[in-house]
Design a protein around this ligand. Sequence first.
Ligand code: NDP
Length: 287
Amino acid sequence: MNDPEASQDRYALVGHPVDHSYSPLIHRLFAQQTDQSLTYELIDATAEEFEVAVRGFKAAGGKGLNITVPHKERAFHLCTDSSDDAREAQVVNTITFAGGAIIGHNTDGSGLIRDLTVNLEIELAGKRLLILGAGGAVRGIVSPLLEAGVELTIANRTVERAVRLQALFSGRPEFDVCGFDELSELAEQDIIINATSAGVRGEAAPFPGEIFMPNTLCYDLSYSLRDTPFVILARTHGAGRTEQGWGMLIEQAADAFEIWRGVRPDTAPILVKMRPGQDANEPSVTD
Ligand code: NDP
């Protein structure tokens, strides 16, 4: 009997771990909506296994990959060519295969900007914006945020990593970097983005409560069907508005889908389907 999946274009997410990823569900919903025929797999690969996993998927006829923690930087170095956004950030979250070439893209930045400005209707120009964290995700979002005209500060547990990131973007408008011990001295921020993985690892986030003000929008790149530890911390200390990274997750996936398939899904119905409802303890993911 013919296997219907055998004729479908294959995509996958490579990371470690990947077992709880929502990407297969999101891309299945995109494919249904746009009438595309494809499969989307999960590939769990350690640092040592990463290159073999990517090359093996390509050799087996795979069409494209998403890349997640901890491989985004590794993926950039494996690519034979990359888009401008990936080249500047030196991190890749989306790969396309073209003949012998492995082409890297980064859709984290475009995904975040679209969620902030379109879905959440936030005007970024002139806003004071603080990013907590300086890892791979931050590399991808710095340029688009600077282009959107924010007054940017990046604080990281390991200050040297934030300083290295500052050097990477030396050709861009200037931004400040500091350690968490200097956070209390900063001017009031309009937007605070948590880009640390402290919460997902179950570690306490060491941010002083006074950075959260009634007018601050606190956006957690991490997402959960319940309130994330950062969202709970920000609310406890009086932050006026809190959001999780569901919208960014879906928008960056839509940008990757468009790179692969040439059609951008309508993200609005997927967002409604996946974002937890007003009562964040009541998951609304039904698929
Ligand atoms: P990285 O591993 O590259 O970076 C992790 C960051 O978290 C570093 O800045 C690290 O600081 C910091 N950190 C880790 N543990 C702690 C702690 N206990 N206290 C303080 N800081 C800590 O991860 P990524 O940048 O790729 O991802 C960061 C988060 O963003 C993840 O939770 C990821 O799931 C999420 N994400 C969400 C996306 C979305 O679409 N919504 C897209 C991409 C990422 P240090 O340098 O000191 O180690």
